[in-house]
Design a protein around this ligand. Structure first.
Ligand SMILES: Cc1cc2nc3c(=O)[nH]c(=O)nc-3n(C[C@H](O)[C@H](O)[C@H](O)COP(=O)(O)OP(=O)(O)OC[C@H]3O[C@@H](n4cnc5c(N)ncnc54)[C@H](O)[C@@H]3O)c2cc1C
Ligand code: FES
Ligand code: FES
Length: 499
């Protein structure tokens, strides 16, 4: 157990600034809520970000307004909420104790609550949706409800009334939060001093981060903690010093620069995917299948890339989009194609004083990615094969980015996951297709190349032979889609149609 220390955590809750001290750097927000503050309304189900029982909502000041995110408190370090506003299920009706919040009332009226484990988490995800949709005057569609509740599991299949409750919230009189008062309270909380030699560092600028990283190369770097949190809760790891990159202003930005979409490493997965979707709307289903919303709200694109899991989902996509990675340290910056970053299973080129700073994604020549000239067409498809449709890790991921010029492959870029020790580019398959006519015979030959290009392992997610088979099958599906022949797939399944 790390030695307690005097670094305080301050956050706004129930209209007051809460101050906590002696919280070890790896104590989770859930532990603090349940064990230190005796707020046992927030439940622990899995302790690994899967079930959503521990969902709380965080508010962050953006000028005089607040932005809201539902996150999993079980894998979130308590120190990471310093300077934020926090709502738990106990806090929803505090402003008006005589009635329930619309999120709660809707659950009651739709008979959506069965057990006390999942319900608080569902209510908090509904509360997040209420702030981000209902209060903004946007109706909650069935699809929105399904997407934004995908991080909450109910083991007794009570989903239909819960989805009804999401849509019913708008029927009740609006309950508005006092944003200016809360943001004024947040402004009174001192940011963490950049030069302090403290156990949990929260630098606010890239310069501060790089100095901290150079000074403490052994400190555990974290961003959204959706990977590292599990090392704490499941592997029982403890870190004496943590450097949290999630407040570094430059690394949270997403901007268009010199023909690239430049995504800061600390941009959340949700923000990063939203930016990618503006350019490539065809990625919508793939983006929605990356974990559930609470994980995407906390986890970052830089964390996915730096973690380098061979079954991580963003890397095959970023490789297919020909992305480049910018690493930064006090010594300067260096840039490389994303696939060159990885040197072995969970090994990469990051030096002990470096951080992943930016991911540069080249933008298509025209805003519409479907067609550039009358003879040139492009097709981008991202396929994720997993045991469960929602909120699951890939067994195989394949992303194909094709440009045809008068029926000939002028360019093809293919990223793959789940088939090697690292995320990879399918270079041999690309070479087999580039410059060739886009024909069934060529694609069938390339399917064999793709199946032979990697030596996937067998594990609990899939056998080696299954992974090989699926790789080729996905290329065949891509061919069929390019011919307009593939209409039946999971994406085509619409919940409204069966409800
Ligand atoms: C329930 C659940 C579902 C998930 N589903 C998916 C899924 O569908 N697909 C998928 O790919 N992943 C999934 N993940 C994994 C995880 O959410 C992602 O890998 C996420 O992008 C990690 O980002 P993070 O900010 O949380 O990283 P953290 O956990 O904070 O850090 C992960 C690693 O990256 C390092 N790191 C973080 N930021 C930087 C930086 N700027 N520079 C250098 N190193 C850095 C850390 O030191 C650590 O080694 C899931 C996780 C959970 C808990
Ligand atoms: S307890 Fe299951 S997601 Fe946190
Ligand atoms: S009602 Fe709680 S798990 Fe189903």
């Amino acid at each position: 157990m790390p030695i307690p220390h005097s670094q305080t955590i301050q956050f706004v809750r129930r209209g007051e600034v809460v101050t906590l001290s002696n919280v070890p750097p790896t104590r989770t927000l859930l532990e603090v809520l349940r064990e230190d503050l005796a707020c046992t309304g927030t439940k622990e189900g899995c302790g690994e970000g899967d079930c959503g029982a521990c969902t709380v909502v965080l508010g962050e000041a953006d000028g005089e307004q607040l932005t809201f995110k539902a996150v999993n408190s079980c894998i979130r370090m308590a120190h990471s909420v310093h300077g934020l506003a926090l709502w738990t299920v106990e806090d929803l009706s505090a402003a008006n104790a005589t009635s329930q919040h619309p999120a709660q009332e809707a659950m009651v009226q739709c008979h959506a609550s069965q057990c006390g484990f999942c319900t608080p988490g569902f209510v908090m995800s509904l509360f997040g949706m209420y702030q981000n949709h209902v209060i903004q005057g946007h109706p909650i569609t069935r699809e929105t409800a399904q997407t934004e509740l995908s991080g909450n599991l109910c083991r007794c299949t009570g989903y239909r009334p819960i989805l009804d409750a999401a849509q019913k919230m708008a029927d009740f009189p609006a309950v508005r939060l006092d944003h200016p008062t809360i943001t004024r309270q947040l402004a009174k909380i001192e940011p963490r001093a950049p030069d302090a030699n403290t156990p949990y560092r929260l630098p606010g600028t890239l310069a501060e981060l790089l100095i901290a990283r150079a000074a403490q190369p052994n400190a555990q770097l974290v961003a959204g903690c959706t990977d590292v949190g599990l090392w704490v809760t499941k592997l029982h790891k403890q870190f004496d010093t943590v450097i949290d990159v999630s407040r570094v202003a430059e690394l949270r930005r997403i901007e268009q620069r010199n023909g690239d979409l430049v995504i800061g490493a600390a941009a959340t997965l949700q923000d990063a995917f939203n930016a990618l979707l503006q350019r490539w709307p065809e990625l919508r289903t793939f983006a929605a299948r990356f974990a559930g919303l609470p994980v995407r709200n906390s986890g970052t694109l830089g964390g996915n890339v730096a973690n380098g899991s061979p079954i991580g989902d963003s890397m095959p996509l970023l490789i297919a989009l020909k992305s480049r990675l910018v690493l930064a340290s006090v010594r300067g910056k260096r840039e490389m194609p994303l696939e060159d970053f990885y040197t072995g299973y969970r090994q990469n080129l990051l030096a002990t004083d470096e951080v992943v700073a930016f991911i540069k994604v080249p933008l298509p020549a025209s805003a519409a990615s479907s067609s550039t000239t009358s003879l040139q067409t492009t097709l981008l498809r991202a396929y994720k094969i997993s045991k469960r449709y929602d909120d699951d890790i890939s067994a195989v991921c394949l992303v194909l980015n094709l440009t045809l010029d008068a029926g000939v492959v002028s360019d093809i870029s293919i990223g793959a996951g789940g088939v090697a020790a690292t995320p990879v580019r399918a270079g041999q398959t690309e070479a087999a297709l580039r410059g060739q006519p886009w024909s069934q015979a060529r694609v069938q030959a390339a399917m064999l190349t793709l199946r032979a290009e990697f030596e996937p392992i067998s594990d609990m997610r899939a056998s080696s032979s299954y992974r090989r088979q699926v790789l080729g099958n996905l290329l065949q599906r891509f061919w069929l889609e390019s011919q307009g022949e593939q209409h039946i797939n999971l994406e085509a399944f619409k919940l409204e149609a069966v409800s």
